[in-house]
Design a protein around this ligand. Structure first.
Ligand code: SF4
Length: 363
């Protein structure tokens, strides 16, 4: 049985066409599943009963089991979802004042090895399929609906994994999420964050999604120390890509900058960052580091964060301090998954928790 959530509308039309049935049935299915949130084939009453049975035998609409959920004091919820092969997928729901953002994962583990990141310590296990990426969105939609909570309005590809290292499945998932016959999410509501894998980034256009570059340093020496991928895709190469990116009038690339005590948080670092981005239409997110027992780095003092922030504000940058959400329930990306995936033996069996990182659960 094929996982429905990995099928674009055109793939679905092709499959239904191959059965000798009308292609518009694909649009009907998309509408039932994505627009009307009905995951029961037997209730899709504008489709003939016999065909409903055929579809129910062809396609799975099952959502992913929630292996664990943790509720943070800041309102965010981290879900650990069980994949079919025993691995687990971390996804984070972050309610804000006027929106609900979902942070999805694109890989199990990650091969980029960023030194500040817990997922980087796990190493790469496998890519998520498009069905598993879209499946996170649908699983969370059902989870929130049952809890009587507000639905997801925005999606960020900033969970476990480097999206551009799984470009085919990420592109398929973006197509499904944005399809007007289904969820119809605007590209402005979806952010894809990358360490700067240019081969993947060059395949995207301004309407694929909002692009975010995980920069974290404005000089190659510091960035290569923090992010080994910088040796391949240096800051200069990334900036060449950014300057050549053909956007719309409104396109602004986001730069993520994790502030780490004594590493990249000085005023000299702020000056280097300002010099680097002075001619780029961009937004800067400053993220004070969220310490983990798995990494050696520390969070900067609040005054240092404020000084860094003010330096950029004084130079007319759009710059926001964004705190990592859910620090009390497993911290930054991958931190919760580390408890499950730190032991490679977790592959292939029932998800098992090896070690709990930040055990406090508030509700
Ligand atoms: S920060 Fe992102 S790209 Fe780097 S190791 Fe972590 S998940 Fe991978």
């Amino acid at each position: 049985m094929e996982d429905f959530y990995g099928l674009t509308l055109s793939h679905l039309e092709a499959q239904i066409g191959a059965l000798g049935k009308e292609k518009y049935r694909a649009r009907q299915l998309f509408r039932w599943v994505y627009t009307l949130s009905n995951l029961d084939f037997s209730e899709m009453t504008n489709i003939p009963k016999g065909l409903r049975t055929v579809f129910s035998e062809m396609f799975s609409l099952a959502t992913m089991p929630v292996a664990e959920e943790r509720h943070s004091r800041d309102g965010s919820t981290k879900l650990v979802l069980a994949a079919k092969d025993g691995y687990v997928i971390e996804t984070v729901i972050m309610p804000e004042k006027n929106r609900v953002t979902l942070c999805v994962s694109t890989q199990i583990g990650c091969r980029m090895g960023c030194r500040f990141c817990v997922t980087g310590k796990i190493g790469f296990k496998r890519n998520l399929s498009a069905a598993e990426i879209v499946g996170q969105v649908i699983t969370v939609r059902e989870y929130l609906r049952k809890a009587g909570k507000s639905p997801v309005t925005n999606i960020v590809f900033m969970g476990m994994g480097e999206p551009m290292d799984n470009i085919d499945n990420v592109t398929t998932a973006l197509d499904i999420l944005k399809d007007q016959a289904g969820l119809d999410l605007s590209y402005r509501k979806i952010t894809v964050s990358s360490v700067g894998l240019l081969d993947g980034l060059k395949t995207l256009d301004a309407k694929s999604a909002v692009l975010a570059i995980s920069l974290n340093a404005a000089d190659d020496e510091t960035r290569s120390m923090l992010m080994p991928i910088n040796r391949l895709y240096s800051i200069g190469k990334i900036m060449d890509f950014v300057r050549g990116f053909k956007g719309t009038k409104r396109t602004r690339i986001t730069f993520e900058y994790i502030l780490i005590k004594g590493v990249n948080d000085s005023l000299d670092d702020a000056k280097r960052l300002a010099d680097l981005l002075k001619d780029v239409k961009c937004k800067i997110n400053l993220i004070p580091y969220n310490p983990s027992s798995h990494t050696e780095f520390e969070r900067p003092e609040p005054q240092q964060v404020d000084r860094f922030h003010q330096y950029l504000l004084d130079r007319y940058f759009t710059v926001i301090i964004r705190d990592s959400r859910g620090q009390d329930v497993g911290g930054a990306c991958g931190q919760l998954g580390m408890g499950y995936l730190g032991d490679a033996a977790s592959h292939g069996g029932t998800p098992r928790k090896k070690r709990t990182t930040s055990p406090e659960v508030t509700s």
